[in-house]
Design a binder for this molecule. Structure first.
Ligand SMILES: Nc1ncnc2c1ncn2[C@@H]1O[C@H](COP(=O)(O)OP(=O)(O)OP(=O)(O)O)[C@@H](O)[C@H]1O
Ligand SMILES: [Mg+2]
Length: 375
């Protein structure tokens, strides 16, 4: 039996999910008060997990919400979007009679339902006879949800993906259908901050100011520390405060990486966590990832790789064009560094964070950061 309490998937149960109490209740309160939410954070911090946590919390309440989760990261066009949305509706409805009722309301089209033999997930395939049917089907899904006898929350994960659709202004279309809905609230989620901000905060775009922005932060270090100690202890493994903190700091409190290191330490430790297990776990992780890191090195130019090394060695970079920084790492001109930084941010190799004090750059993947720092 796999008893490792440090999960590497977005959500399993409240018990294995650290905190997010305040975020859960705030977002629920907003949704209950009729607001749509835009949830953003860097990748792998816990947005998807939080959506499931919120849905789990709502399922315990007597508030009577039906919740629908759709990840549209694999979609390329409106057909894919409609397919994924209807699959999420089918997943939630479960009962055959409700599903066939849903299909009936989709108009003339005849969706075919099957189940993936491995995952058991529903798969809906739809053949359209003309362009209008696509748009009509999308509208019908929203109409169906609007007329649901319980209130509805639809989470659309990786929402920025709609910007990749060709030959259609998906934002305008969705906004038109979503705006009149009273029974349905939306939780739009994404990690590409620039794109998400442009979709929801650009006065020229259809979704302008139509949602409440919620920016997910890192977990509180003390709370996470206690969670880690508790989860080890519950499974008969003793870890001290200093060790738990070391794990969090080494992974910069970036949830996925912290969980992965805890998971690895858990695997290789006995009833007492010795420091050597923790350093072994760190080394193993870096070793296992090395091929991927070398692949990344091949995908960037030597000067971009050098810049990444320099950023890693600084841990966080605030003044990329400062002469002292350029000279220390032999990076050439400030203009060249800015150009490379832009490319690395676009490739999601470097994380750009804007704060009141200014912009800060760091290596996005924390394990890659630890690898580069040692080179
Ligand atoms: N509150 C939490 N408690 C425990 N583990 C968590 C928590 N939040 C996130 N995680 C861990 O971090 C990983 C990443 O979380 P999740 O997939 O929710 O992030 P995300 O922000 O949706 O990432 P992406 O932008 O890449 O989709 C999860 O697989 C899980 O291991
Ligand atoms: Mg996610």
């Amino acid at each position: 039996m796999n008893d490792n309490p440090f999960i590497l998937e977005p959500y399993k149960s409240k018990d294995l999910f650290c905190d997010r109490e305040k975020e859960t209740s705030e977002i629920i309160r907003y949704l209950e008060n009729g607001r749509n939410i835009t949830l953003v954070s860097p990748r792998r911090l816990g947005k998807t997990g939080l959506i499931y946590r919120i849905f789990d919390e709502l399922s315990d309440r007597k508030t009577g919400f039906d919740t629908f989760y759709t990840d549209i990261s694999s979609s390329q066009n409106i057909d894919d979007f409609v397919k994924l949305l209807s699959e999420s509706v089918v997943s939630t409805l479960k009962q055959k009679s409700r599903i066939s009722n849903f299909f009936k309301l989709l108009g003339g089209i005849r969706p075919i339902l099957s189940y993936d033999p491995l995952s058991g997930k529903p798969e809906v395939s739809i053949t359209y006879r003309n362009e209008d049917e696509r748009v009509f089907t999308l509208k019908s899904i929203f109409n169906y949800l609007e007329n649901n006898n319980r209130k509805v929350i639809v989470a659309i994960d990786e929402f920025q993906q709609i910007r990749q659709y060709h030959n259609i202004d998906m934002e305008a279309l969705l906004r038109t259908y979503i705006q009149p809905l009273h029974n349905v609230r939306f939780l739009f989620c994404g990690s590409k901050k620039h794109t998400m901000t442009d979709i929801f905060s650009n006065a020229k775009r259809p979704f302008y100011e139509s949602t409440t922005f919620y920016s997910l932060k890192k977990l509180d270090i003390d709370i996470y520390c206690n969670f880690i100690i508790r989860k080890f202890t519950e499974r008969g493994k003793l870890i001290n405060q200093e060790q738990a903190k070391d794990i969090i700091l080494w992974t910069k409190d970036h949830t996925f990486y912290t969980q992965a290191l805890c998971n690895e330490v858990f695997i290789r430790s006995g009833s007492t966590i010795h420091d050597k297990y923790i350093s072994e776990a760190k080394n193993v992780i870096l070793r296992l990832n090395e091929d991927r890191f070398l692949e990344i090195q091949r995908l960037v130019t030597p000067s971009q790789w050098n810049l990444m090394k320099a950023i890693a060695k600084e841990s966080t970079l605030k003044q990329p064009t400062a002469q002292a920084f350029l000279t220390k790492y032999g990076l050439g001109s400030g203009a060249g560094v800015l150009k490379n930084l832009k490319t690395l941010v676009e490739k999601e190799l470097v994380l750009e964070e804007n704060a009141l004090e200014g912009t800060a750059y760091s290596i996005y993947n924390i394990f890659l950061f630890r690898y580069l720092e040692k080179l």
